[in-house]
Design a protein around this ligand. Structure first.
Ligand code: ZN
Length: 250
C-alpha cells in the first residue's frame, strides 16, 4: 500500500535499545510538532532497554522498517555477519524481550513506500544482505536502483545526504549547515544518523525533520543522559564496549 506522508515528519534510525536517547529525540520531535515520526529500523541490539524501546517505537512511530539487528533477534541466520559482541548482545536480548515484541519485529517490512518517499534500513537493492552506504560509490549503486525522489536509510550510524543528478553523477550534499534544501534535480538518499549509537564522533542522539514544501531536511542533534544509558547497558549485562563507545560517539 502506498500512502502519502504528512507535509512535515520526523525520521529516526538505529535506536539500538538506548531508551534515554530515544526519549530525548521523541521529546524534541514532539516539541517541534511534527505530525508523524518514521523509524528506519534497528530498534533493538547493543543497548540496555530493548523492550522499552520497542514499546515506545510501536506507540509513537507511524511505521518502522526492519533493521539487521531486528531481523537477527528473531532469526538467528541474520547473526552470521555479526561481530562477537553484537551477536552476544542480540542473543541476550532475544531472551528478555516479550513475545509481543518478537512478533512485532518479525512482521516489520523491509521497506515502506510513501508516494515520493521510500524508507529502508540499509539497501533497497539487497534488503536481506544489509550492505553499507558509506561513500559516493555505494550511494551511486543504491541510487541507481531507487525510484523515489527521497529515500531515507540508516545502518551506518552516520548522517549523510547523497544526490544522483539527471546526468548520473553522485554528489555528497551534506554541508555544515544543519538545514539542507532537497529541491535540486535528481534523487536523494538521506541518512538522519543514529539515535542510540552515533558513530560520527558526536555523542548526541541524531534524528531529522523532513519538510515537503519547500522540500528540505533538518539534521538534528539532541543531548541525552549518556551515563544513564551506560548504566542500563551494564545492568543488562551487555558487552562493556556497548557502554564505552557511547561516550566516544564511535
Ligand atoms: Zn544499526
Amino acid at each position: 500500500m502506498i500512502r502519502r506522508t504528512a507535509s512535515r515528519f520526523g525520521v529516526i534510525a538505529d535506536v539500538h535499545s538506548n531508551l534515554q536517547a530515544l526519549q530525548a529525540v521523541l521529546d524534541y520531535l514532539e516539541a517541534e510538532s511534527v505530525s508523524e515520526i518514521w523509524c528506519l529500523g534497528d530498534v533493538v541490539g547493543y543497548g540496555g532497554d530493548p523492550e522499552a524501546c520497542a514499546i515506545l517505537v510501536r506507540e509513537r512511530c507511524a511505521g518502522t522498517v526492519r533493521g539487521n539487528h531486528d531481523a537477527a533477534l528473531v532469526e538467528p541466520r541474520f547473526r552470521a555477519w555479526f561481530n562477537p559482541h553484537a551477536r552476544a548482545a542480540v542473543e541476550r536480548q532475544a531472551d528478555v524481550v516479550s513475545e509481543e515484541t518478537v512478533r512485532w519485529l518479525a512482521r516489520l517490512p523491509s521497506a515502506i513506500e510513501l508516494s515520493d518517499v521510500l524508507l529502508i534500513h540499509a539497501s533497497a537493492d539487497d534488503p536481506d544482505g544489509f550492505p553499507y552506504v558509506l561513500d559516493s560509490g555505494d550511494a551511486e549503486h543504491e541510487l541507481s536502483v531507487l525510484a523515489a525522489r527521497w529515500t531515507f536509510y540508516g545502518h551506518t550510524h552516520v548522517p549523510a545526504a547523497w544526490r544522483l543528478d539527471p546526468e548520473g553523477r553522485v554528489h555528497a550534499e551534506r554541508s555544515t549547515d544543519s538545514r539542507l534544501g532537497l529541491d535540486r534535480p535528481g534523487r536523494y538518499l538521506l541518512n538522519p544518523g543514529a539515535v542510540g549509537q552515533p558513530r560520527d564522533g558526536d555523542t548526541r542522539a541524531a534524528c531529522a525533520v523532513f519538510e515537503r514544501d519547500p522540500p528540505r531536511l533538518e539534521f538534528v542533534r539532541v543531548e541525552y543522559d549518556v551515563a544513564a544509558a551506560q548504566l542500563a547497558i551494564r545492568r543488562a549485562r551487555m558487552p562493556e564496549i556497548e557502554a564505552t563507545r557511547l561516550a566516544e560517539g564511535r
